[in-house]
Design a binder for this molecule. Structure first.
Ligand code: PHB
Length: 395
């Protein structure tokens, strides 16, 4: 808890006592409890900008559905553009914690930014809700009681992809991705699942983040001639990769697979080139849940947009926080109570119900999806209630 928070809370708590009442003017005695300050560190610019917007939309929808309050307390948003820039992660997080004195940190999208946020959350004890970034370390060696993730680990969506591909008779694969934690860890998850099922990763190809110079690597894939290609790309870069893959003449020759970020939130901009791509992810279009139907309807009404996986993650972050704040009756300083509520929570998500693992990461179903028209159409459950191995987490 920050110093200003403890002062603020002391005033509020003392306000009920007769002694305090005589010491404070009536207006202060009757004052509402201080607002809960939410610090959002998400990308508003660059290749991940649309992802940040969807997370914010989803989060706000969940809070609005609670009457715009948390545990009966008013809230205030402070948003900072992360620029998906890991170098600025610590500085931006410090700004939110030290200068803006936020009660809760929410974000980021980029795994490298998450490392800086997690470090500062650990040092200051600030509650951190990771609404996207899959960096394994956050719920691995850096795990902490006050850090929770509502999204996935980078390992989670690609580990089941390997088995799916082997079942489709793909024996050899090339892995291609951006060279940073998300792509590397997704690649490790893919290799683990693919090789365990009997496949062989014959080559890994890397592009610096957020670069989109794919041509030379696509030519290399054409000369290697693997049975299939698997990848991690997301946002603007993913759209460009799908188009370049088709333009290089590979579509229809070497099937392209990926973690579902490849095709989530990008199908408005890529149409023919994406048809038939199979991916695995913790969300899909046309899931057979009433809960999802309701969410999609509410989201479309609120934003005149269709939701994607990022919107769901933002929404679930709001649901989790609202549930915990209700449990502690709006007492944001009751960190023990908040942690207990979050650890025991079942989140009734549009993606399907999920629970929190011991390392504070969702235990969730991973779906196989196929691009049909502008949808990532649900095909089947690729892995039931999958928990990340959380290697290195001691809590
Ligand atoms: C990440 O950096 O962890 C990341 C970014 C975008 C995604 C997924 C993971 O879509």
């Amino acid at each position: 808890m920050t110093t200003s928070n403890s002062i603020r809370r002391k005033i509020v708590i003392g306000a009920g006592a007769a002694a305090a009442a005589s010491a404070f003017p009536t207006s202060l005695v009757r004052a509402q409890p201080a607002k809960i300050k939410l610090g959002l560190l998400l990308p508003a610019t660059g290749t991940y900008a649309a992802l940040g917007a969807a997370i914010t939309n989803g989060f706000r929808l969940a809070i609005d559905q609670q009457g715009g309050k948390l545990g009966g307390r008013e809230i205030e948003y402070v948003a900072v553009d992360s620029e998906a820039n890991p170098a600025k992660g610590p500085e931006n997080t410090n700004r939110l914690v030290q200068r803006d004195k936020v009660d809760v940190l929410i974000g980021p999208v980029h795994s490298g930014v998450a490392m800086g946020m997690a470090k500062i959350a650990r040092e200051t004890g600030t509650l951190l809700l990771v609404a996207n970034a899959g960096a394994g370390a956050v719920t691995g060696p850096m795990c902490a009681p006050n850090i929770f993730r509502t999204s996935f680990t980078n390992w989670q969506p690609t580990y089941p992809l390997g088995k799916v591909m082997v079942e489709r008779k793909q024996k050899t694969a090339v892995w291609i991705s951006w060279k940073y934690a998300a792509g590397e860890e997704a690649g490790q998850g893919f290799r683990e699942g693919f090789e365990k099922a009997g496949g062989k990763v014959v080559k890994e190809l890397w592009v610096p983040f957020p670069g989109v110079e794919f041509q030379a690597l696509l030519a290399e894939i054409a000369s290697i001639k693997p049975d299939a290609v698997a990848c991690f790309f997301a946002g603007g870069g993913a759209a460009k990769f799908i188009k370049d893959y088709a333009a290089a003449g590979l579509k229809g020759k070497i099937p392209l697979y990926g973690s579902g970020f490849l095709t989530d939130g990008v199908l408005g901009g890529v149409k023919d080139e994406a048809q038939g791509i199979l991916t695995t992810l913790h969300y899909a279009d046309a899931l057979p849940f009433k809960r999802d139907e309701e969410f999609r309807r509410d989201y479309a009404v609120a934003y005149k947009l269709q939701p994607d996986v990022y919107a769901v993650q933002g929404y679930d972050t709001g649901l989790l926080l609202a549930q915990a704040m209700k449990a502690v009756k709006g007492e944001i300083g009751d960190m023990k109570g908040i942690i207990k509520a979050m650890e025991g929570a079942t989140v009734d998500s549009p993606r399907g119900k999920w629970t929190m693992s011991k390392a504070h990461n969702p235990i969730q179903d991973i779906y196989l999806r196929e691009v049909v028209g502008e949808q990532n159409k649900y095909l089947s459950v690729a892995a039931k209630q999958l928990a990340d191995p959380a290697r290195g987490c001691k809590m």
